[in-house]
Design a protein around this ligand. Structure first.
Ligand code: FES
Length: 168
C-alpha cells in the first residue's frame, strides 16, 4: 500500500512538472514573440503615404453641361457649366474645414447660393465665391487639364478665377 502511494505521488509530480514546463515554455514563447514584434515595428520606417495631388476624373463625356461630380477622396467638385467649360473647386470650407455641400445644382447665376456649409452656415455661389460668412474667402480652385480625352485635376495647382476654366 505504501509503495502504491509513493508511485502515485511520483506520477503526480511528473504530471505537475510536465504541466509547469509547458506553461513556462508557452510564456517564454509569448514574451519572445512580443519582443520580436515590437523590435520589428521599431526598426521599420514610419512612412505616411500621401496620395498624389493629381487625379483623373475620366472622359469629358461623363459630365454633362450644368452638372458636376464630387470626388470624395480629394473633396473636390468637378463642374461643367452651361457653356460646356470645366472647373474644379474644393469642397473644404475656408472657415474651419468642414465639407461643404452642393445644395442646388440648377443655379444658373453667380448671385445665388449653390453650395452651403453645414457647420456654421457659410454660403457660396456655383464658382465657390462667398455669398455669406463666416467663411473668410472663397473655395479654392484647382487647375483642370485635358490629357487625351481624360480630365485631370491638380490639387497642388491653385488658380485664380480667370485661370480656372477649361474650355473644350
Ligand atoms: S466650417 Fe464652414 S462655416 Fe464654419
Amino acid at each position: 500500500m505504501c509503495s502504491y502511494k509513493t508511485e502515485s505521488n511520483n506520477e503526480n509530480k511528473i504530471k505537475r512538472r510536465k504541466f509547469l514546463s509547458i506553461v513556462g515554455n508557452s510564456a517564454t514563447g509569448l514574451v519572445t514573440f512580443g519582443a520580436l514584434a515590437v523590435t520589428i515595428d521599431f526598426l521599420s520606417p514610419n512612412v505616411i503615404k500621401e496620395r498624389p495631388p493629381k487625379f483623373k476624373v475620366g472622359p469629358i463625356q461623363n459630365i454633362q453641361p450644368d452638372t458636376f461630380i464630387y470626388e470624395p477622396e480629394y473633396r473636390v467638385f468637378v463642374v461643367r457649366d452651361g457653356n460646356g467649360a470645366f472647373y474644379a473647386i474644393s469642397a473644404i470650407c475656408t472657415h474651419l474645414g468642414c465639407n461643404v455641400k452642393w445644395i442646388d445644382s440648377n443655379i444658373r447665376n453667380d448671385s445665388s447660393v449653390a453650395i452651403a456649409c453645414p457647420c456654421h452656415g457659410s454660403k457660396f455661389n456655383r464658382k465657390g465665391e462667398v455669398i455669406e460668412g463666416p467663411a473668410p474667402k472663397g473655395l479654392q480652385r484647382f487647375r483642370i487639364k485635358l490629357s487625351d480625352d481624360d480630365l485631370i485635376v491638380d490639387t497642388s495647382d491653385i488658380v485664380s478665377e480667370e485661370e480656372m476654366y477649361l474650355k473644350v
